[in-house]
Design a protein around this ligand. Structure first.
Ligand SMILES: C[S@@+](CC[C@H](N)C(=O)[O-])C[C@H]1O[C@@H](n2cnc3c(N)ncnc32)[C@H](O)[C@@H]1O
Length: 394
């Protein structure tokens, strides 16, 4: 490795540990470089630090001629990227610290120099702990069209909760995509798409942020919402986004690789999961609501019967069991499943999310999982889960 490059990466790494980095820029594309580590279209990279629950990460903003793509990296990943890019695909890196700046500059023959500049007034570090500074999406044309932002680019007061929900959703969606095998050509069915906020957000994220192709279909019972969303999709020039009137139960989504159903009522969530499993979707994401099915059946056995002594606790227990069994069924069908809080209940009471990424399962493991589900049901006196019926297991 080039000596100056080693020095630069060492300073970067130490500064990261000491939390004194203000920003980093990578620029001056090397036109003579033939070996591209990242997309050759990228003109420059702007890097900032931000705080996550798992620690500080680096947000890389890749600047293309007509778009920006943001990706997050750990320190080790960033170091590797610097090592691969600098002096090859890019000829300059500027590291701005609180008290100084370091400038690594390569000439076309590959010779490098490292220039240090002290500064008199220390720069402030604005390490974001608040996700507000690291939104997945902010003022963009589609958010204006949907009325989340005003025409002047202001977030509307009565749309703040929706805005938070959209961003939180995109965060989970992007993570789920990363853990799946999906790379290109997303074919997404959003069941019960309603006013389409999250449907538009997904389309925008895949096409604009990730720069990939997507065919996103919203399936919605209400014709008025379908018409409105189709008009807006046209205005937004989202040519791969369309909405159609229909029910989750009757819709045909055979070519889909991502199944989404957010806040579909009661067993409509099971209908959607069933469609996802049947169409071999790589990724299934649901945020269930209005859990009624298990409540009607639940009768915990033995000492567990105390769990239903109080109405509210019985209701919560039924909801939890409904979603637990959904998740276990998905696992038995070969999905790796996660259950977590979608968004704090101060924003919406419907706050649980189940994501399932297809990984495959052996017949033996599947039988074991089904036995576990049956044992659980027996303990709680549950005769059937609607999803089992749809899958023809009963
Ligand atoms: C609570 S809204 C959620 C909208 C959107 N998914 C979201 O999370 O913002 C539920 C939507 O699903 C639609 N819906 C409910 N059951 C349905 C079904 N069986 N088939 C198609 N659409 C359905 C409703 O008309 C409504 O617009």
């Amino acid at each position: 490795m080039e000596n100056k490059l080693i020095q630069f990466i060492t300073v970067f790494s130490e500064s990261f540990e000491n939390n004194i980095i203000s920003k980093i820029t990578i620029s001056f594309k090397n036109k003579e470089n033939s070996e591209n580590i990242i997309d050759n279209e990228i003109k420059a990279i702007y890097i900032k630090l931000f705080a996550t629950k798992e620690g500080v990460k680096l947000s890389f903003n890749f600047r293309y001629p007509t778009k920006d793509i943001t990706k997050n990296y750990t320190l080790e990943e960033a170091k590797e990227l610097f090592n691969n890019l600098l002096g090859k695909q890019f000829l300059q890196a500027d590291l701005f610290l609180t008290h100084a700046s370091y400038h690594l500059i390569f000439d076309k023959k590959g010779k490098s120099k490292l220039v240090t500049k002290e500064i008199e007034a220390p720069r402030k570090i604005e390490l974001s702990h608040n996700k507000a500074k690291n939104r997945m999406v902010e003022d963009t044309p589609f958010l204006r069209l949907l009325g989340v932002y005003s025409a002047e680019g202001k977030l509307k007061t009565d749309k703040q909760d929706k805005f938070i929900q959209i961003n939180k959703y995109l965060e989970f969606f992007s993570q789920a995509i990363q853990s799946s095998n999906l790379k290109d050509d997303f074919v997404i069915a959003d069941m019960g798409s309603g006013k389409g906020y999250l449907t538009f957000a997904m389309y925008d994220y895949i096409t604009r942020t990730l720069g990939k192709k997507a065919k996103v279909s919203g399936i919605e019972y209400r014709q008025d919402m379908v018409d409105l969303c189709n008009q807006l999709a046209q205005k937004a020039e989202f040519s791969g986004l369309s909405f159609r009137q229909g029910t989750i139960e009757k819709s045909n989504i055979d070519d889909t690789n991502v199944l989404i159903a957010l806040h579909a009522c009661d067993t409509a969530t099971d209908e959607a999961i069933f469609k996802g499993i049947n169409s071999h979707s790589q990724l299934i994401m649901v945020a269930p609501c209005c859990h009624k099915q298990i409540r009607k059946q639940i009768k915990p056995q033995g000492e567990l019967s105390l769990l239903t002594k109080f109405g509210i606790l019985e209701e919560r227990l039924s909801e939890n069991l409904t979603d637990l069994i959904r998740s276990l069924i998905l696992e038995a069908c070969g999905y790796q499943t996660k259950v977590f809080e979608f968004i704090n209940s101060e924003h919406t009471p419907k706050n649980l999310m189940i994501t399932a990424v297809f990984k495959g399962i052996s017949e033996e493991k599947k039988t074991q999982k089904i036995d576990e589900i049956n044992a659980l049901k027996a303990q709680f006196g549950i005769e059937f889960h609607y999803l089992e019926k749809l899958l023809g297991w009963l």
